[in-house]
Design a protein around this ligand. Sequence first.
Ligand code: MG
Length: 298
Amino acid sequence: MTADSVRTLKLSRAEEQRLYDAWKEFEAKAPAYARFQLRPENCVITCYESGKTVFQGKDAAVYAAPFEDVPSVSLSSSPFAQTNDILPQAGSDEVGTGDYFGPVCVCAAIVTEADMALIRDLGVRDSKKLTDKEIREIAPKLMKQLKYSLLIVDNPTYNRVHQNNNLNAIKAKLHNQAYVNLAKKAQLPSFIIIDQFAPAPVYYSYLKKEQSVIRGIHFETKAEDHYPAVGAASLIARYGFLVTMDKMEETWGMAFQKGAGSAVDECGAEFVRKHGEENLGRVAKLHFKNTDKIKAAV
Ligand code: MG
């Protein structure tokens, strides 16, 4: 355990508000001469009337980090420009959680001002709005240029982890791990966005036992439409899913359906007839209702 540390910053009123909004559920009684005090895990944050904000505690540096660099604002005319053009930015997204067959993939990626020309050229947007063919073309080009971290959780691992974790807990741990890995490759920008699947306090509650937790994250639904880093991460994650499915099809000598509908049940029955029920957990997420339907059909 590292010793307590202290960071003292002078924040603008807007930054103070952003800080307050991020941790307001941890508000404590403000001491004298303070506007507010917040006590999230491993840190005491005190915003003084003098204009100074003091971060104190084991994770002081972690909580202060998003406010220590002033992000440069891009003036580019990207499809994302009107909404959220703070660059550099890091974003993450996951795919495969709604697919019975195949892995869960989470990617975190950094997009800088210098990457925006490529982002525009490739027409990066939500992977759900692109065909698989387009993703196979675009993603490798992004992977060549961007700093990213891609986690692919295969089915045996997923089924084992799911015994003790619900899906949102798994997602939270994977997003956090993707950022921890990414931070080893490049400096994480102060602006980090997750395509929201749970409110921030819930997200962090799943990470209580993790060794390192990346904080100061902005959560937003449909973020892949608004933030180029989330759009890029979504695309790379989808590519990871497709490539893993290719390998599975080669290994098992059959095509796997995507999604979780009736075509998937038929496909699952075919798999069980060919390879046996005992191998289903090597290609599928067993907790889906499809499993019972497949077993009943064979
Ligand atoms: Mg998403």
